[in-house]
Design a binder for this molecule. Structure first.
Ligand code: PEP
Length: 250
């Protein structure tokens, strides 16, 4: 039984004060069980986020971390320090990081391993461009990203990890993949995990859909067999909308 996840991704938005205001607004409004509620926030907000999440059902995520624990890497974020601060998850391989910061599949694989070594869980993003979809190359592209991202990671670690399928053409565009399109690719990813590992591992790994998820479409997406949750950008920043998303079962 895979516990569904609703994970917010604030991207480069909100300061610590706004983070605290958000936390105050959602207090007591998250489900105690049945859904895992996660917020991914910029590094400067994480101290506030972790302190505010303590003693509540909210889980916390960084939006990136480096693949070394420490050293001369000016401006990077240490996964070891994130773990010591109490972070639960790190989002890696977001298409914005791949596109603007030139992150490669190899970087993402190294990051995933370092995150797991530090007792946190990676949320590994993948997804195709519109051109790739229209050229009929989406499945090969996405399964290739997954194969590279998980190389050398054990079945037990992958079963605990999270994958987020985010078609690039649906991120921040208001264009949601149809629930059928999302289900289809999430199923392909699960089949890929089954071929790389085994069916049990594939059945345990949570795979999210991301791309213009909002309170109005979350139920339809979550009704799909293979979709275990949403990675949500825009609609996670407003407390009311986030509370509606995490309570989609009610
Ligand atoms: C995202 O940031 O991962 C995302 C899916 O954004 P949005 O929900 O705004 O499309």
């Amino acid at each position: 039984m895979r516990t569904p996840i609703i994970a917010g991704n604030w991207k480069m938005n909100k300061n610590p004060k706004e983070t605290q205001e958000f936390l105050d607004s959602i207090k007591g409004k998250l489900p105690e069980s049945g859904v895992e509620a996660i917020i991914g926030a910029p590094a400067i907000d994480l101290t506030t986020l972790v302190a505010g999440a303590e003693g509540t059902p909210l889980k916390t995520a960084a939006e990136n971390s480096y693949f070394e624990d420490a050293g001369a890497f000016t401006g990077e974020t240490s996964p070891k320090a994130l773990s010591e601060m109490g972070l639960d998850y790190v989002i890696i391989g977001h298409s914005e990081r791949r596109q603007y910061f030139k992150e490669t599949d190899e970087d993402i694989n190294k990051k995933a391993k370092t995150i797991l070594k530090n007792n946190m869980l990676p949320i590994i993003c993948c997804g195709e461009t519109l051109e790739q979809r229209e050229a009929g190359k989406a499945e090969d592209w996405v399964t290739g990203q997954i194969e590279n991202a998980v190389a050398g990671i054990s079945a037990a670690d992958i079963a605990k990890s999270v994958i987020a399928y985010e078609p690039i053409w649906a991120i921040g565009t208001g264009k949601t993949a149809t629930a059928d399109q999302a289900q289809e690719m999430v199923h392909v990813i699960r089949e890929k995990l089954a071929s790389l590992y085994d069916q049990d591992t594939a059945d345990k790994t949570r795979i999210l859909y991301g791309g213009s998820v909002k309170p109005a479409n979350v139920k339809e997406l979550m009704a799909k067999e293979d979709i275990d949750g949403g990675l949500v950008g825009g609609a996670s920043m407003d407390p009311e909308s986030y509370v509606a998303l995490v309570n989609y079962q009610k």
